[in-house]
Design a protein around this ligand. Structure first.
Ligand code: NCD
Length: 308
């Protein structure tokens, strides 16, 4: 039962709970109209302390398409945050007004702390600093299932900023619970996955993996290549960012090494790590992925509110 629960980290739900959620998401994709009044009378609050396009809009669109309503801020300084209010006090206030809330915050752990002050309202982590982003993982998994049926027995390439990329951390954490997965981790030395992901997730679960610094030689092994942006806002100095930002650029030249059934995913926003010429290749699935984000968030809202 997911009713009343919070989703802060992919480890918060069991495999069975995720299965129920994805089954509902697939049903919503097939027949969204059926759910268009499911959330009548319900209010979603979106608390975005950091910029967002897809995550916030897809959550808001999800709630509106379910017949519910949305309140919130995307500019925290328009709220009492500007007066120094704590996350704890803000979330307790929001619980007085909304049925469910979504929070993005630059500080790792802020949504977890906020969730500890709640009594009944479910809270969803929409990204906390360079830590986790579990609903992007839901988006990614729905996309993977729609393209290849299941997540098992596949090789996943992750490329770019694996250190600060929270979408990568959450997706690796999720996939590490499934049989037959293998990871190829492609990044500059300085942007390798954090140790807690490599040791406490990947190694602990016994997942085969390689850490490499080139895309081409590995392309034909991959079922999915998950590209990411170098996370400029999490760097300590601009010189490091400038030095590393153009290390991996996926263009049609590199796509020649990919199989016919190697799909390219990206959580977006893209800066320049995927050349726009790749967009028209049928293997480029990142905009379809963004659309799936809305459907899976519809399913998540319905589950956490106990409507389905
Ligand atoms: C990602 C994020 O915010 O972590 N964006 C998203 O939610 N789709 C990726 C990024 O910002 O690079």
């Amino acid at each position: 039962m997911l009713k009343g629960r919070c989703l802060i980290d992919p480890a918060d739900f069991t495999r069975e709970e995720f299965r129920e959620l994805f089954d509902l998401a697939h049903q919503i994709v097939a027949n969204p109209e059926k759910y268009s009044k499911s959330c009548e009378g319900k209010i979603l609050a979106t608390l975005f302390y950091e910029p967002s396009t897809r995550t916030r809009f897809s959550f808001e669109a999800a709630m509106l398409r379910l017949g519910g309503k949305v309140i919130g801020f995307s500019e925290p300084n328009s709220s009492s945050v500007a007066k120094g209010e704590s996350v704890a006090d803000t979330i307790r206030t929001i619980e007085c007004y909304a049925d469910i809330a979504v929070m993005r915050h630059p500080k790792e752990g802020a949504p977890r702390v906020a969730s500890q002050y709640l009594t009944t309202m479910p809270l969803i982590n929409a990204g906390d600093g360079g830590h986790q982003h579990p609903t992007q993982t839901l988006t990614d998994i729905l996309t993977i299932e729609r393209l290849k049926g299941s997540v098992e027995n596949k090789t996943y390439g992750f490329c770019g900023d694996l250190k600060f990329g929270r979408t990568v951390h959450s997706l690796i954490k999720f996939l590490s619970n499934y049989e037959g997965v293998k990871f190829i981790l492609i990044s500059p030395e300085e942007l390798r996955v954090p140790e807690y992901i490599r040791e406490e997730v990947i190694r602990k679960k016994g997942i085969p993996f390689e850490e490499v610094q080139q895309i081409e030689p590995y392309m034909n092994q991959l079922d999915f290549l998950y590209m990411t942006r170098v996370q400029r806002e999490r760097f300590f100095n601009e010189e490091d960012y400038i030095r590393l930002k153009d290390r991996f650029i996926l263009d049609m030249e590199k796509m020649k090494y990919a199989r016919e059934d190697t799909y390219i995913l990206h959580p977006l926003p893209r800066v320049n790590e995927i050349s726009i010429e790749v967009d028209k290749d049928p293997r480029a699935q990142y905009f379809a992925q963004a659309k799936n984000g809305m459907y899976v968030r519809m399913a998540l809202i319905l589950k956490l509110l106990g409507i389905y």
